[in-house]
Design a protein around this ligand. Structure first.
Ligand code: ADP
Ligand code: MG
Length: 694
């Protein structure tokens, strides 16, 4: 078996299963062995029934006191049983698992692992997993991998496939030079891979993980430096003269730009009018006003005769940008033409839009990433801006530029567009230099004047009613509110408030005059748009939503945000979320509800002490400590499968140092010692060229 083999090369994986894997992005054996567990489960020793306490997972080893019974309530089929050990007895229930009735034997001992809850009949062990004692006992104290399951694949299925893959592959070649492994005390490749899937204990897991995180960062940094070198002499093929019309527009705005916005705009303008192609990151906390800076840049290019595109990650956000731009242009009587392009438009609408873009009847295109990248042919594209996306691939850029020039006037040089990336993710400057070494960086580190800082608090679930009263009062004063829940639908395996049920419950708690809307990722884009428009127009007063509102949405009249199960989110993410409020002239309030025990409060309280995204990320890191492998990932940034740029900042620095030393000695990786690394890097580049930016 080879790394590049299709997954069907693995025993037990047929075409159909392979398709399920493919939908989760796994095509080859290599993809599979790099599909790391999401977390691990520690197999605890069974405890006596008498000492059980409510809540949390429990494990008991007990005998079935009598045959299991089946009862029906509504649509549910429930299997009931009583189990007994030397210290007491306990009720056990399973939902919709009828076959258990015939499998479980009265009088026989099993290990039961499940959640203990209290019903009106006393304590009940719900939906426990059942093991034969002889299979469970050897597992005690061991860590079992838990994978994010692609639909159609079971945890056991992945485990088995990974084991088969390792057996089939045999030993893989180590690709890190021995000198680097020695210097940074990194585990061997094969050992690390096997251990991350099947760790004997936490110490070994930590050691293995460190190596694989190092790999991710190291390859990323090498790739970025390599690409930067390729791109060093990229000339500005769409150079413009600054237009005074843009300054006039800026003066007509209802607000004055902050100093930071002005500086950032000047830096961009210098690029657009200068000799080299722009490749710039604009970093500014939520609400710092990045959009207007983007608009000014788009206008400059438009007046210079070039088209520009602004790409947003969601339709909701794209639409909002579009409406914002058209409104501002109408107010200032600007006659530049803006076009909206989203997936939910009809085929005819899209076709017409494509026509106008190709004929240069449009100056500025606003849309979702996918739409702009796949289908559009620009007449004369000069600037691409991505909002809230951190990378924009080399190929994507070339595709856009290349397509634009097809069939244009003969003889004109095809030129790449400028690239501007806008991000609210707080990355300390030292890290940004490592990660975005290939980009120039502008920072908007100042909020518009007159903003009142958000007031925050963390409360337990028992005080939820107070939060509702607060929402009611704010709505009476004309304001609006968000309520954020982690999950969409009720699911028996995961706790947590969910949007649909929650909205129903909330409707009973709030006065009937208040209109409640719901928003979540599984809704059709057109439905999402409608809800967002209703909320923006004030027709919905309270919006119950998942984190889809996280990115970019701007409704200045919303002043309250309640976050349910706040402990389930990363702090950086919570900070992004609360950026949806505090955007207007009114005082805003963010209420974090801690749905877990009090131990989580300390972490959440970091959010109440500061509104500074950078400070939050670093405080969180201090509290949790680096290498907190069971903790929440903060950023999920830049597609690292394991590494987290905050919690693994130490490894990131080492990887950066190692890459620097390596390239200083052997820039083209020609030496014998670096041969395997070169091969690995080439494969990495081949795959990542779409997402790494130049
Ligand atoms: P973000 O940086 O999070 O993308 P936005 O660009 O959405 O922020 O701006 C947030 C809000 O602040 C918008 O309503 C915008 O019109 C407003 N805004 C932007 N710049 C200023 C400014 N200099 N003074 C006052 N309000 C501003
Ligand atoms: Mg924004």
């Amino acid at each position: 078996m080879r790394l590049a083999d299709k997954l069907t090369a693995i025993k037990g994986i047929g075409e159909k299963t392979a398709q399920s894997y493919a939908r989760a992005g796994m095509e080859t054996v290599e993809d599979l062995i790099h599909y790391y567990p999401r977390t691990y489960e520690e197999c605890a020793a069974p405890v006596p029934i008498r000492s059980l306490q409510e809540g949390g997972p429990v494990v008991v080893c007990a005998a079935l006191a009598s045959d299991a019974r089946v009862r029906y309530t509504g649509k549910l089929k429930i299997v009931d049983a009583v189990i007994r050990d030397e210290t007491g007895s306990l009720r056990v229930t399973w939902f919709n698992m009828m076959y258990l009735k015939d499998v479980l034997r009265s009088g026989k001992r099993y290990v039961f692992k499940g959640k203990l809850s209290v019903s009106r009949f006393g304590m009940v062990l719900e939906q426990p997993v059942i093991y034969a004692p002889e299979t469970y006992v050897p597992l005690i104290g061991k860590l079992r991998p838990i994978y994010s399951l692609p639909s159609g694949i079971t945890g056991k299925g992945i485990e088995k496939a990974v084991k088969e893959a390792f057996a089939g592959l045999g030993m893989l070649k180590e690709f890190l030079p021995a000198s680097i492994r020695r210097k940074y005390a990194l585990a061997e490749y094969n050992y690390a891979l096997r251990t991350i899937h099947f760790p004997p204990d936490k110490t070994e897991l930590t050691f293995a993980r460190r190596r694989l995180v190092f790999d991710e960062f190291f390859l990323f940094i090498l790739a970025v430096r390599y690409l930067r070198d390729v791109n060093e002499v990229q000339e500005n093929g769409c150079r413009i003269e600054p237009s005074p019309l843009v300054d006039q527009f800026e003066k007509s705005l209802p607000f004055a730009l902050t100093g930071a916005q002005k500086r950032c705009y000047q830096e961009i303008l210098a690029d657009l009018t200068g000799p080299k192609l722009m490749n710039r990151l604009v970093q500014g906390d939520v609400g710092s006003g990045k959009t207007i800076v983007a608009l000014l840049a788009l206008m400059q290019m438009a007046y210079g005769g070039y088209q520009g595109a602004l790409m947003a990650p969601t339709e909701v956000l794209a639409r909002q940008h579009y409406e914002n731009f058209t409104r501002l242009f109408a107010q200032a009587q600007i006659n530049l033409r803006v076009e909206l392009l989203t997936g939910s438009m009809t085929a005819k609408e899209k076709r017409e839009a494509y026509g106008r873009i190709a004929a240069h009847e449009t100056d500025i295109v606003v849309g979702t990433h996918a739409v702009i990248q796949d289908k559009v042919h620009f007449a004369r594209l000069g600037l691409v801006i991505t909002d809230e996306q951190h990378r924009f691939g080399v190929r994507q850029r070339e595709n856009l530029a290349g397509k634009g020039q097809e069939g244009m006037e003969q003889g004109r040089q095809q030129s790449l567009p400028h690239v501007l990336v806008m991000s609210a993710t707080p990355i300390p400057r030292t890290l940004a230099i490592i990660l975005y070494g290939d980009l120039d960086i502008s920072v908007i580190d100042e909020k518009p004047v007159g903003r009142l800082p958000i007031k925050n608090c963390v409360i337990g679930a028992s005080r939820r009613k107070k939060a509702y009263e607060f929402i009611t009062n704010q709505v009476k004063e004309g304001r609006q509110a968000y309520v954020i829940c982690p999950m969409v639908e009720d699911s028996s395996s995961v706790e947590g408030e969910n949007v649909q049920d929650y909205a129903k419950k909330l409707a009973e708690e709030l006065p009937p005059s208040i209109t409640i809307g719901t928003l979540h990722g599984r809704m059709k884009p057109s439905e999402k748009n409608r809800v967002m428009e209703d909320f923006a127009a004030g027709r919905i007063q309270v919006l119950v939503s998942t984190t889809v509102v996280e990115v970019g949405v701007d409704v200045p009249n919303a002043t309250v945000m309640v976050v349910e199960n706040a402990e389930r989110f990363g702090l950086a993410q919570l900070h992004q979320l609360r950026g949806r409020i505090g955007r207007g002239q009114y005082q805003s309030y963010c209420i974090f509800i801690n749905g877990s025990d009090a131990s989580k409060v300390k972490r959440l309280e970091i959010l109440t002490r500061t509104n500074d995204g950078f400070a939050i990320a670093s405080e969180d890191l201090k509290l949790r400590g680096p290498g907190d492998i069971f903790g929440l990932r903060q950023s999920g940034l830049m597609d690292f499968a394991l590494g987290d740029i905050y919690t693994d900042a130490g490894i990131l620095k080492e990887a950066s140092e190692a890459a620097g030393e390596l390239l200083a000695q052997d820039y083209e990786l020609r030496s014998e010692e670096n041969r395997e690394l070169k091969k690995r890097l080439d494969r990495y580049l081949e795959r990542k060229l779409d997402t790494l930016s130049l």
